[in-house]
Design a protein around this ligand. Sequence first.
Ligand code: GUN
Length: 288
Amino acid sequence: MTARIIDGKAFAAVLLENVAEHVTQLKQAHGLIPGLAVVLVGEDPASEIYVRSKAKKTVEVGMHSYEYKLPADTVEAELLALIEQLNLDPSVHGILVQLPLPEHLDEALVTNAIDPSRDVDGFHVSNAGLLATGQPAMVPCTPLGCLMMLRGYCGNLAGLHAVVIGRSNIVGKPMAQLLLKENCTVTVAHSHTRNLPDIVVAADIVVAAVGRPLFVKGQWLKTGATVIDVGINRIDQGDGTMRLVGDVDYGAAKDIAGAITPVPGGVGPMTIACLLANTVTACCRAHS
Ligand code: GUN
């Protein structure tokens, strides 16, 4: 069996087109332009790339992009003061503080300082609680993008067994909540899980979000499973060049899975598209 490729770029292009249309309507009907503020502390090269690409896409769909680059030694009070200023700014509808933050800054404290209605990352404890209790929430962008692609490929997910590998607040936990809402049977596996291959083989859906290159082996999978690979890992090819790979051994998995996301070009483009969709939602709610 050769898996169908779940084309994240194609899914993202459709979603971005919808977002751009919505932005045009908001402008024409209400004179509103959604605004997204992105805060980057320090000079992590990967974060700089993500932030640049978020800002570019924000402008492309017709929204305002506000970028704040703070030095790595920024003190917590200064960052909290900026967040408070953005919380009160009527032209800002979404606020994102790029993670990871430098070690001396408390991520939970900073994340929870963002007004939950502008928390387009869905990381605020209020949004996490709303999601966990099945109430309307700002949903974290990566798991939201994964869910949209799963729905697109599998249709109704009810009754399917989903195995989520990874239990981070950003991906694993909200992914499990979203799949439960879809009436999946959900298993969350993590670094202490025993007999992981025996668990993965029972899965109709595998979401790999462990941050370890090529961790999930092709032979672990049930034939025909749908595989969503959230990992983006840079590996040295041994000849001085680097290659991007996921958490799944794609080369082996594609011969066993029914459908699989590539890396790059799978989950990544959907994360940004969902961020912009969340910003439009925040703008609409702020003015309803
Ligand atoms: N760092 C890696 N992914 C993300 C994300 O989705 N949001 C934020 N704020 N930081 C990240």
